[in-house]
Design a protein around this ligand. Structure first.
Ligand SMILES: Cc1cc2nc3c(=O)[nH]c(=O)nc-3n(C[C@H](O)[C@H](O)[C@H](O)COP(=O)(O)O)c2cc1C
Length: 346
């Protein structure tokens, strides 16, 4: 087995349209991260240009980079994997989790979990094209979470170096809660490292996931948009140091940094910039008092100036204790991962 260099790994999850190079860089700059993932690169029916693939390999200082590929054509995906690998991606990952209707219709993402023979053949071909670390990120199953172990075994048999699991089924989309028992099951049964993912809303949840499941690392998606300092808080908690408590002013500064870093890439298209900032705001508002109403109000604003002004007004005077961003989730606005189990397996 190839060495797995990130134990315990704290990983920023791939998120389409959100985990762009600028977002990865900014969240990594707050500390505590070992690995960041790109959103998926779609390989659909034709050869993807090497120039496009090369542009996806943008590193954030001091952290490893995983480039994710989504598709179902083994030869084309292997070709893309080989190009991103040659251009410096530390990890090439395969998307076995996208739940969208389009992905299901096209037989990609979580739909690959429906046919294990095809899955194994595809991953084996890709494995052969990747000299470095190769991984897959999967859901618990398409319709049945009881398939999680067999699917994970297919990933292992194809030669993946590690696996990340988001233990919801495709049919759940983002409903319900992630069933961490599936992470523990894969950890027990597989010999490759397992990265757990799903509903790690507070820094203390990450340590609880490590302890309860024995996973080699924790991957965090939406909660890191809601609280971009969560990885820093995890590192501080882990080291027994005092833990950073973000205030409303920190949230405003974060949004301004996002704005400054995104603006050059979206130069001349303020509407895109407003849209991109709103993607983050939806999550940032979840930690604020009356966050749903606040998000609704902010999403109606059409210009950058109005948006930044309203964010400043809503957040800048909030002290840390008014926000749901502390390491232990004392206000606990988000659901706990053990709330509604899905899994009926061994
Ligand atoms: C907006 C958004 C985009 C996502 N895009 C991807 C993607 O490109 N690839 C992928 O494997 N998962 C994607 N996911 C799933 C996340 O990586 C993650 O598995 C999921 O959000 C559960 O983890 P969390 O509870 O930490 O958010 C996306 C999730 C969201 C919310």
């Amino acid at each position: 087995m190839r060495p797995f260099p990130f134990v315990p790994a704290f990983v920023l999850a791939p998120m389409e349209g959100v985990t762009t190079a600028t977002t990865r860089e900014l969240i990594a700059s707050y500390g505590g991260l070992g690995l960041v993932c790109t959103e998926f690169v779609r390989v659909a029916g034709e050869h993807v240009s090497p120039r496009f693939l090369k542009r996806q390999v943008q590193r954030a200082a001091g952290v490893a980079l995983s480039v994710q590929i989504m598709g179902n054509d083994a030869r084309l995906m292997a070709e893309a994997a080989s190009v991103v690998s040659a251009n410096g991606a530390d990890v090439v990952d395969v998307n076995l989790g996208c739940p969208s209707k389009t992905a299901a219709r096209k037989g990609v993402g979580a739909a690959l979990l429906k046919d294990r023979a095809q899955l194994r053949a595809l991953l084996t071909t890709m494995r052969a094209a990747v000299p470095g670390l190769f991984s897959a990120k999967l859901r618990a199953g398409f319709e049945r979470s009881e398939d999680a172990l067999d699917n994970a075994r297919a990933v292992e048999a194809a030669g993946a170096d590690f696996i990340a699991v988001h233990p919801r089924r495709r049919v759940d989309f983002y409903r319900g809660v992630a069933d961490w028992r599936i992470i523990a099951l894969l950890r027990r049964e597989l010999s490759i490292p397992v990265i757990g993912n799903g509903d790690v809303w507070y820094a203390a949840d990450a340590l609880r996931m490590l302890e309860e499941t024995g996973c080699a690392g924790v991957m965090i998606g939406r909660p890191a948009l809601r609280n971009p300092w969560i990885f820093r808080q995890i590192a501080e908690l882990n080291a027994g140091r005092s833990v950073f408590a973000p205030s409303g002013a920190d949230v405003v500064a974060h949004l301004r940094r996002l704005h400054a870093s995104m603006a050059p890439a979206l130069h001349g298209t303020p509407a895109h910039l407003v849209g991109a900032l709103k993607e983050h705001l939806v999550f940032l508002c979840r930690a604020a008092p009356n966050g749903t109403d606040l998000a609704r109000r902010l999403l109606r604003l059409g210009t950058l100036e109005l948006l930044l002004e309203a964010v400043e007004e809503a957040f800048s005077t909030l002290p840390p204790e008014a926000l749901d961003l502390d390491a232990f989730g004392h206000r606990r606005l988000e659901p706990r991962a053990e709330a509604t189990p899905l899994y009926d397996g061994p």
